[in-house]
Design a protein around this ligand. Structure first.
Ligand SMILES: Nc1ncnc2c1ncn2[C@@H]1O[C@H](COP(=O)(O)OP(=O)(O)OP(=O)(O)O)[C@@H](O)[C@H]1O
Ligand SMILES: O=P(O)(O)OC[C@H]1O[C@H](OP(=O)(O)OP(=O)(O)O)[C@H](O)[C@@H]1O
Length: 207
């Protein structure tokens, strides 16, 4: 039996069809209502968690594998084994602001973001010291109402940026959903884990 910590929400919605193409019956996941522990047949058990908590469950050894966005792995400076890029949940990290924003204006800029570590590393690599304001959501609001000069956030379709008159000033990195494993589980359940990884690897190309 393999236990999987699956990020609920967007990641979950895009991973379910992939699991189904691998022949895994996901009806219990689709019909879960408020249930958080969902057995899928005899060989898999899914627990549904927030993305930011996947590595906590994994690193405490209470699940064998995790499915989580690379944005979170990068932000949390993940050291667990990344086994596969599932190639779902694709989006991008961007630096955005209102038209006319000048990153090179010589003063300390204020940046709003849900991802302070990624933001700090990005500006450090450009030799810039910025003030970071951590925001939990609706990040695009920050430059609009004067909380920050610019934001580092995720864009997928570009709709949120467009509807709020924001422009992209830089593309930081692409994001996609990854499969990560607990190192002990990788030793103890190697064949089970790699059998799933191999199936996912084959089927992700068909979606
Ligand atoms: N357009 C998108 N915007 C944000 N995240 C996306 C997008 N597309 C895919 N993702 C992936 O989905 C994850 C976020 O999922 P979701 O939006 O369901 O959670 P959330 O409610 O924003 O996050 P949380 O409540 O944990 O802060 C991200 O970690 C990222 O890997
Ligand atoms: O380019 P788009 O397709 O418009 O997607 C990007 C938006 O989606 C995410 O927000 P989310 O919906 O998770 O809401 P949040 O603001 O509460 O984080 C992200 O933070 C952007 O705001």
């Amino acid at each position: 039996m393999l236990s999987i910590a699956l990020t609920k929400g967007r990641v979950e919605e895009q991973v379910i069809p992939l699991l189904e193409t691998c022949g895994i019956d996901c009806e219990p996941l689709r019909n879960k209502k408020r249930k958080l522990v969902i057995p899928l047949g005899d060989s898999l058990e899914v627990i549904l968690v927030k993305g930011g908590d996947v590595l906590t469950y994994l690193n405490h050894g209470v699940v064998d594998i995790g499915i989580v966005g690379s944005d979170i792995l990068e932000e949390q400076q993940n050291t667990s084994y990344e086994l596969l890029d599932l190639q779902t949940g694709r989006c991008q990290f961007i630096l955005a602001s209102l038209a006319g924003y000048d990153l090179n204006e010589p003063r300390r800029h204020t940046i709003g973001t849900k991802y302070p570590n990624i933001t700090k590393a990005y500006f450090a690599s450009r030799g810039k010291d910025v003030e970071i304001i951590k925001i939990e959501g609706s990040v695009e609001l920050a430059p609009l109402i004067g909380l920050a000069d610019a934001i580092v956030d995720i864009t997928e379709t570009g709709t949120t940026l467009r509807e709020n008159n924001l422009q992209v000033f830089d593309w930081l990195m692409p994001i996609s959903t990854r499969l990560v494993a607990n190192p002990l589980a990788l030793k103890q359940k190697r064949s089970e884990i790699f059998s799933l990884v191999d199936r996912l690897k084959t089927m992700r190309r068909t979606l």
